[in-house]
Write a protein that binds this ligand. Sequence first.
Ligand code: PMP
Length: 283
Amino acid sequence: MKIYIDGKYYDRENAKISVFDHGLLYGDGVFEGIRVYHGNVFKLEDHIRRLYDSARAIALEIPMKEREMEEAVLKTVEINRKQNGYIRLVVTRGEGTLGLDPAGCEKATVIIIVGDIQLYPEELYKQGVKIITASTRRIPPECLDPRIKSLNYLNNILAKIEARRSGAREALMLTTEGLVAECTADNIFIIKSGRLLTPHPSKGALDGITMRTVFGIAKARGIECGEADLSQHDLYTSDECFMTGTGAEIVPVVDIDGRAIGDGKPGPVTSQLIEDYRKLVAV
Ligand code: PMP
């Protein structure tokens, strides 16, 4: 495995950054998770755009142009000879002092790791997963815009811990007003009376690239799609429910807080979308 750090490649054992890097000291930085399918980097431009938007929003200057970043990602995939894998692209504020003021950080650190990911075993795509509503709420947009994919995931991690401790795979996170936001690292969708709905990103969800891709696939199938305020009640009474994310792809949700969704099995629309998504990434 060859890991890119600031323009150079290192073996895994030697891929190290400073303990004074503010990415480590304060979670000050942004990142992307990207997939490689059959040697093609999926939606690379969209991920790079989101990375640069996240960086701009936190006043972090990435020391290379978007085009150069794309090339660095492609070269790292090539060097690692990865046909199918997962890319973690991280930009931290860089090395600074022990104080949190980023003014002392001269240059951002850019890291590209090309590895593997399997968030859910294959059988769960056929059986579906159980999720619970976490008591930990999603950080409100007034505090940190959910569209910023930052290195601060602590509230999502707390929600994930809650899910695991209660025997569920994943946690549903609500906004501070009690509306549905998303899961800990995935967007959430429901299907109700033939309509596909997901919460609007401004309400507390990341503007997911998989979410946008799923909208495209669903529209091509003639399914009516939209963003809406969703409550727990809307989820409990939905016909189908699923989560989406780059790592997870599309995962059916069949139980929320002990309530079976639909007939407790992945629904026909979800199964069709999984099939369509897999075909799309395979080209
Ligand atoms: N929400 C959160 C909090 C995430 O971290 C992610 C990425 N894993 C998603 C949603 C899904 O986004 P994408 O489809 O762009 O991977």
